[in-house]
Design a protein around this ligand. Structure first.
Ligand code: HEM
Length: 424
């Protein structure tokens, strides 16, 4: 294998599967390497655990006020949201935005919605259990979008729209989900909706995180409706596709590793560590980028001011210097929790919703392990064409039918109900 054999800027590569063998080669031979984009531009790929940790800790040099995806997004497109959307901000603005929203994600805040999350998990299984088969994508999509919609106080009648927008925004490189134009339209529509909702919540606050942010003050002043729109967008997208992806991969891992499924069924106390190991193996968010604000030496290379650096979390989580037999799925792995699926422990942008995501994963996997113990793949798994999200579009499964727990059955949101985004 040699440098450049695999084009990490090409989403088609990842559609076939995350190129873990190539990342292993890079970790050993080229820990920091320039990855040119054949269409112009490019980024430095940082693939070792310790180097990712170093970059993440150094916020003076490495800025988030840039395109944080591996794609080539023009800086002008981002200009309006830089320093206003939390993920596109640097200190001190970042600290102040994070403070505004933190209270919605504390252990206490999560514990208050845990029962609701458990109920959503029960409902998700109830919806399919009598049929003995389903597209697991639709099942996995239900809970994350409901939880996010609850946090944002989105009324029931608008939730399909929220689902469509969030999908279109993440599927922007996959023509089966949305075109790049469709992604932009979805982003604008969601933004407009968010600003209207912010206006309503200011007038009549409700008991949700979005109302809380709408009423909060930064340096004695309330946020603008535009800033509230930015919060809406990041929460609606960050908490949706990632968690859905992880539910899908976690279930696939259990299907492919029946001994792990059996062990969990016999002892559910293994589940929290198994979830960390599933996150390590999967890495739903494959990586995030930063921009160097000054020249910096790392891994034997000089990164020049203005160049972008892609932190491949999917590679850091399989670094053989940190994880023994990194490609092995071991639900009893001692240091599984050291994974980078939520970013680096040294990073200020480390996932704000990590605890919430863990709670959702606990609830749904408990249901799957206990109620769908013989779940099997029942057709081809279609992966998302993306080098940003390790997504799955379809995952047909079958299992022995069972009885629902509740009398009232829910219907899942229709995936890609709005084809406009695919054709725009
Ligand atoms: C399995 C599910 C999830 C995964 C794998 C995940 C992963 C990540 C990653 C990798 C980052 C960036 C870290 C960095 O660059 O340092 C991030 C940031 C973030 N995540 Fe998550 N996430 C998940 C679920 C959620 C949920 C459920 C929410 C909330 C509803 C959420 C909200 C956020 C926010 C607000 C940020 C930006 C934080 C900041 O800029 O300070 N995430 N997430």
């Amino acid at each position: 294998m040699k440098l450049g054999d695999i084009d990490l800027t090409d989403p088609h590569v990842f559609e076939r599967g995350v190129p873990h063998d190539y990342f292993a080669f890079l970790r050993n031979e080229h820990p920091v390497s320039w990855t040119p984009n054949p269409k112009g531009g490019g980024f430095w790929s940082v693939v070792r655990y310790k180097d990712i940790t170093e970059v993440e800790a150094n916020t003076e040099v490495f800025s988030n006020r840039t395109n944080i995806t591996p794609g080539e997004v023009p800086e002008e497109t981002l200009a309006a949201t830089v320093d206003r959307m939390i993920i596109l901000s640097d200190p001190p603005r970042h600290g102040s935005l994070r403070k505004l929203i933190m209270s919605g994600f504390t252990p206490k805040a999560i514990s208050l919605i845990e029962e609701h999350i458990r109920q959503l998990a029960v409902d998700s299984i109830d919806a399919v259990i009598e049929d003995g088969a389903c597209d697991f994508h639709d099942l996995a999509a239900h809970m994350p979008i409901e939880v996010v919609a609850d946090l944002l106080g989105v009324p029931t009648e608008d939730r399909q729209k929220l689902f469509n927008w969030a999908n279109a925004m993440f599927g922007g490189g996959d023509p089966r989900i949305s075109s790049l134009g469709g992604m932009e339209i979805a982003r604008m529509e969601m933004f407009q909706y968010a600003m209207q909702l912010a206006h309503q919540r200011r007038a009549q606050p409700t008991a949700d995180v979005f109302s809380q942010i709408a009423m909060a003050e930064e340096n004695g002043e309330q946020l603008s409706e535009f800033d509230l729109g930015c919060f809406f967008l990041i929460l609606a997208t960050a908490g949706n596709e990632t968690t859905r992806t992880q539910i899908l991969h976690a279930t696939k891992l259990l299907i492919e590793n029946p001994e792990a499924m059996q062990a969990l069924r016999e002892d559910l106390s293994l589940l929290p560590n198994a979830i960390e190991e599933m996150l390590r193996i999967t890495s739903p968010a494959l990586g995030f980028a930063r921009k160097a604000t000054q020249d910096y030496e790392i891994g034997g290379q000089t990164i020049k001011a203005g160049e972008r650096v892609m932190l491949w979390y999917c590679s850091g989580s399989r670094d053989e210097e940190v994880f023994e037999h990194p490609d092995l799925f071991d639900i009893r792995r001692k240091n599984a929790r050291d994974h980078m699926a939520f970013g680096s422990k040294t990073g200020i942008h480390r996932c704000l919703g990590a605890m919430l995501a863990r709670s959702e994963l606990m609830a749904i996997l408990k249901e799957i392990v206990t109620r769908l113990p013989d779940i099997q793949l029942d057709g081809e798994v279609e992966r998302l064409r993306s080098n940003f999200t390790n997504g799955i579009n379809h995952m047909p499964v079958r299992f022995t039918p069972g009885k629902p727990n509740r009398a009232q059955k829910i219907a899942f949101y229709a995936a890609n109900a709005d084809k406009r985004y695919a054709h725009a």
